[in-house]
Structure formats: structure tokens, C-alpha cells
Design a protein around this ligand. Sequence first.
Ligand code: GDP
Ligand code: MN
Length: 386
Amino acid sequence: MNIHEYQAKELLSKYGVAVPAGKVAQHEDEAEQIAKDLSADKFVVKAQIHAGGRGKGGGVKLANGLKEVKRLASEILGMNLVTHQTGPEGKLVSKVLVEEASDIATELYLGMVIDRATEKVVIMASQEGGMEIEEVARTNPEKILKEYVDPTVGLLPYQCRKIAYFLGLKGKTVNKAVKFIIGLYNAFTENDCSLAEINPLILTNDGDVYALDAKMNFDDNALFRHPDIEKMHDPAEEDPTELEAKKWGISYVKLDGNIGCLVNGAGLAMSTMDIIKHHGAEPANFLDVGGGATTEQVLQALKMILSDPNVKAIFINIFGGIMKCDTIAEGVITAAKEVGIKVPLIVRLEGTNVELGRKLLSESGLNIITGSDMRDAAAKAVEAAK
Ligand code: GDP
Ligand code: MN
């Protein structure tokens, strides 16, 4: 699960991580009031969406005085912000963070993720702040320090100092950075984070360090331990179809291709996407109705696929184990009656009750293309989508 920058900053400040003073607003008057309470003369107004690159997209603006805060908040609120991470359709902005503007001497980078290979938290630091770390890793890997934390002893002060020196910090700033890194690490481990990224971490002309930006992701499987984190979930940030799918117990992820996939089991769903790509096309979604799906779930799944205007063919790939092939057939027939299926339907059924399933489909009067096996069906789906 992801949270907004303002939520991450609120959480981090509880762990002693220095963040600029500020608050979130949903209305321009509220934004102005927040600025007034901050009693500064320069502010920054920042769009709150779950995507990076807001600065370049026009979602981060500096304001001189209260009137300008109000004007910028009214411009940013309600805007459709397009960044390289939102895709061309952009994201609607409904909240802005109003902060006291920081006086930046240097922009640095500090991030933490779990390294699967070593099974440790790895802290990454770089003087190339404000840039995408993936880009730095590609072009100048030596500019990134990676410090691995042994979970049995935790993060040690000497490791924090090593990071601070690598970042070029000196004097009293080193101690401030050590406190900052320890705070970030504690927030990371105590809340079961999968990622925490401060980009940029800034050094001010007064020798202070602040988290100017903050991104945190949490392990969904550990959310039950953190009801306070779970409460920060913002449904507006999720694809509406994906939310609908969750309600029905279906795993659905929208993708950019034009072949809708309805599959049972995550492994089969992955190989279905692979085989579509192998035949030169792109899947429109990942969709797993689960091992023991009901007719109702199949119906809902088909409705979701059909709601995507990019879908030019539907590939139903089912291996009936617990799932019975006749259940799938009934779901497909009901969906065809209820919503109509105007695109070619390619079906590959195998397993429990396969004969009954095939019979139901062939007697349904639906225009169905059957595949003799997975490869054959995938090739037919790719052909039909052209
Ligand atoms: P992102 O573009 O979504 O990553 O948003 P950031 O929060 O990282 O902001 C983008 C950039 O805006 C930063 O790298 C800074 O250069 C600039 N910026 C943000 N806040 C301030 C501020 O308080 N003062 C100044 N001078 N620049 C800021
Ligand atoms: Mn940033």
C-alpha cells in the first residue's frame, strides 16, 4: 500500500525525522489559512498524488505570500496532473500540501528497500538528489552507497556516520543526519515498509537536514498489524475497476494491451500473459478469478474486462481443478445475456467437467472460438484482436 507525501511526513516526524512544517488542504481558503498559521514569508504548494515527477509536471510551486498560496492552491487543486509516472491520462489532484519553503543548499538522496538476495534492509544514499535513483544506478552506480543492515543487530551508528560522510556532510550536520537515518530506519522496520524514499533529502544553508519529499510503501500482508497505517489508504488513488474486483474477491490489474484475459490461478494468469506476448500481442489485464470461483464471480470478471474499451478480444483460459468448467461456461453465458459480448471470445477449457462445459458453450449459440490447447488458443486470440 502507498500513502501520500503529507501522510509519510506526519508519520516520519513521529520518529524524529526532520520535515518542513506544513499541513494538507482540500480547498484554497484552507491552504491560505495553513500558510497564515505557518508565519513564514515563502511557501511551497504541492499536489498530493501517488506519483513522482510532480515538480516537472507543474504540481510543485513556490509561493511568495498568502495570496499566492491561495492562487496556486486553486490552480493545482482540481488539475489533472500528468507526470512520467501517471501515464498520459494523468491524475486528478484533490489535496495539496502547504509547507514553509525550504532554503536548499544541496539536494541529496536517501532510500531504503528490502534486498531480497541478502534478506536485509538496504540503505541507499547518493549526492545525486532530486534525480531518479534508477537513472543514477544505470549511469553512475559508483555514486550510490549501499549499506546493508543485519536484522539481528539492527542499524548501527557507525553505519549512519558512514552514510553521512558519503553524502558529504560535515560537523554538526553529521549528528543530525545520523538521527534522521535512525528515525527513518525505525519507521521503516516498525511499520513493515517495503520502501521508504527521501528524494530529495536537503541540506539547508544553516546546516540542517530535512525530508523535502517522502515516499513510503507498506507490505500489504502486514497491514493487519498496523490499523493506523491501513486507515491512510486513499481509494481515490486506485483504479476503480481494481477496487470493484477486490470487493468480489477477484485479483484484477489493468494493463495497456487489447486482449482481455480471464484465468483461474495466478500462475496460469501469468503464463497466459506470457503466451500472449510470445505471439506478439499485449494483455489488457491480469485477472485471476481464483481457484474456486462461482458463476457470479465469472460474470463480474467478464463485466470488468468488457468495461475496458481497449479490449478487442477475450481469452478465457481455464484449468478446472477445484474450479469446474461448467461453472465457467455458465458465467460466460450469463454475461453474454446480461451485457452482451461484442468482441471475439476465445476459450480454452481443460479439467474437471470439461465435456459439460464445452457442451454448454456450444449449445449457447454464442460465437465462440475454441482452442485445442493453450498455445493454439493464444494464437487465435492474438489473430482475433487484430
Ligand atoms: P516530485 O517532483 O514529485 O519528486 O516532488 P518533490 O517533493 O521532490 O519536489 C520537486 C522539486 O521541487 C524538489 O527537488 C525541489 O527542487 C523543489 N522544491 C520542493 N520544495 C521546495 C522548497 O521548499 N524550496 C525550494 N527552493 N524548492 C523546493
Ligand atoms: Mn521527489
